[in-house]
Design a protein around this ligand. Structure first.
Ligand code: HEC
Length: 150
């Protein structure tokens, strides 16, 4: 069980650092595209903190609350407001499907917010499950709505 949790943490931490490395490659973005890249990068930082914590089976309520708070603040309506119609320019990886499938895109943003809101108050076992769902929501949205740069 302990080995499995450690592996879980390492896998998540690795995928989160890959996301952060991609973020650094996007320095040329401006305006709202830049704003949402920064918001996403902040969420990635917090997700990495949580992945490490849950992966090592430690419990630090203050850190959890802080990291979940960052994700919560950037999710839901805040996330959606950073995607005005057809805002794809410069190095943006946003897919046009965001606006043709706004309902699905919004649902993922709202799910993320609900999960991040629930995280701090859940018991420790439930917290791990919620965090797994958070990570799935991030990657689910990216698979569907983020184009890979050529
Ligand atoms: C509702 C959809 C959605 C959710 C949920 C979502 N993202 Fe994103 N994310 C995107 C889109 C779309 C982009 C591409 C934005 C662009 O390039 O204009 C992106 C880009 C990113 C980037 C790259 C930023 C950059 O500088 O290019 C990172 C890192 C990232 N997301 C992390 C996360 C993490 C971590 C989570 C979950 C805690 C998350 N995202 C949740 C849609 C989402």
């Amino acid at each position: 069980m302990r080995v499995r949790s450690v592996l879980f943490g390492i896998t998540l931490a690795a995928s989160m650092s890959a996301a952060v490395a991609v973020a650094l490659a996007h320095g040329g973005a401006t305006g709202i595209v830049r704003e949402r890249m920064d918001a996403m990068t902040e969420m990635a930082r917090s997700a990495k903190v949580l992945a490490k914590l849950f992966g090592s089976n430690s419990n630090d309520p203050v850190v959890i609350e802080e990291a979940a708070g960052v994700i919560q603040r950037h999710a839901g309506g805040a996330l959606l407001s950073l995607f005005p119609e057809d805002s794809i320019k410069g190095p943006s990886e946003a897919s046009p499907a965001i606006w043709s499938d706004w309902q699905e895109f919004s649902a993922l943003a709202l799910d993320l917010r609900a999960l991040a809101t629930a995280l701090p108050d859940a018991d420790q076992t439930t917290q791990k499950g919620i965090f797994t769902e958070i990570a799935r929501t991030c990657s689910g949205c990216h698979e569907r709505f983020r184009r890979t740069m050529p």
